[in-house]
Design a protein around this ligand. Structure first.
Ligand code: VGL
Ligand code: ZN
Length: 198
């Protein structure tokens, strides 16, 4: 098919989602060197790179103290909300900010916007992206929700399983999320198997 174009979406690789953070994902650090290799490959191929960040207000129904499921994390402007310093995002990376609405969980990067206020869906369409490669944290929440939304929008989607880790609040959550994603047409990829067609 003509006019295929790949892009990389790095989901929520923020200090609070790494071990020691407010909502640390077990083995979260393992994704960083792998994502850095994907980032190099996509940048070298001249393909677009997007990075989402969870960016909550201090008071949100997403947090336990206000009736939600999670301890406070990724509060706007805090060090926990910063991207991990070892993540090598190139300057061309398009930042996607989500979770700013105090009444929304906003797990999916597709609930977020660019600095110009454009939705991720509109930005991908404008950039001509047809195939989204997704990695980051956490497999069973924001990665899952983003991959499923991308499929609903008709994009090809590859989950980079070597560059993703889950919270696993219940044992097996990440495995079940991967099954749900693949049942919805998401392909699985690793550094060994992914080939970028440019
Ligand atoms: C996430 C739980 C709460 C995520 C965000 O990025 O996967 N998980 N907020
Ligand atoms: Zn959150």
């Amino acid at each position: 098919m003509a006019n295929k174009k790949a892009a990389l979406l790095v989901v929520d690789v923020q200090n609070d989602f790494l071990p020691g953070g407010a909502l640390g994902v077990p083995e979260g650090h393992a994704v960083i060197p792998v994502l850095n290799e994907y980032l190099r490959r996509f940048a070298e191929a001249g393909l677009p790179i997007y990075a989402s960040r969870d960016w909550h207000p201090e008071e949100t129904s997403h947090f336990q103290e206000f009736g939600g499921p999670w301890p406070p994390h990724c509060v706007q402007g805090t060090s926990g909300a910063e991207f991990h310093p070892d993540l090598e995002l190139p300057p061309s990376t398009v930042l996607i900010t989500k979770g700013t609405d105090p009444e929304e969980d906003a797990y999916s990067a597709f609930h977020g916007t660019t600095d110009d206020g454009e939705s991720l869906a509109d930005r991908l369409q404008r950039d001509g992206v047809t195939h989204l490669y997704i990695g980051g944290l956490a497999t069973d929440y924001c990665v899952r929700a983003s991959a499923l939304d991308a499929r609903r929008l008709g994009l090809e989607v590859t989950l980079l399983i070597d560059a993703s880790r889950g919270v696993d609040v219940q044992e097996g959550d990440s495995e079940r999320a991967i099954e749900e994603m693949t049942a919805n047409g998401v392909k699985l990829g690793t550094l060994e198997t992914v080939e970028l067609v440019t």
